[in-house]
Design a protein around this ligand. Sequence first.
Ligand SMILES: [Zn+2]
Ligand SMILES: [Zn+2]
Length: 232
Amino acid sequence: MFRQHIDTAPIWEAYGTECECPLCLLRAQCEASYVENFLGASVMEPAVRMEVNEKGFCREHLKMLYDTGNRLGLALMADTHLQECIRRLKEKPPTARRSFRGRTKPDTLVGDCILCARLDNTMERYLETLLYMWKKEPGFRESFKKSRGLCFPHYEALRDMAPTKMGRDGEAFLAALYEVTLTNMERMEEELNWFTQKFDYRNRDKPWGTSADAVERALTKLRGGGPVPKKE
Ligand SMILES: [Zn+2]
Ligand SMILES: [Zn+2]
């Protein structure tokens, strides 16, 4: 039922860190290390270079690669990728003739991002590992229950994966997942609501409580993404 699962330690670690979604935290950590890697050792690996030349990166990951400050590394990658794109562009000049009759997908130079693909793959394995841990690992159910829940995208990803992976434990897991999600979404809403009320002059002198960074945390809750630094 479970594929060979990966190390459970990173999940334990993420669950030991206070955050609005441990899976988003894990994803952000993997993402940072992949980005670092792509411009480090990978630049010279022929297999990786070929894949980059072929596919390239999405806008968000190009920006992250740029933000590492390694302009030469990025230029080396971008140069050969651009060469490959130009080669393909020359191969197929556009035509108004409807020779494909909609049967084939139109050619695109804006392909899937390698970094996104690797991250999706890793996260899928982490989701499976989490389900495995909930089933087998002593103490994990308790940590899961006491956590601050998950973001909506990871709630849905686990919800959709559980029925095929959990067997007899499926119902129990879904109930636990639902409870921790609903409880914490309501908690988040209250914090966010108090944040808005603090702008009312009558509440000016009342304490912020936990609401001072509610906006930043709500961003993660709604659509996922790593921790957002608070704006002063
Ligand atoms: Zn998440
Ligand atoms: Zn990407």
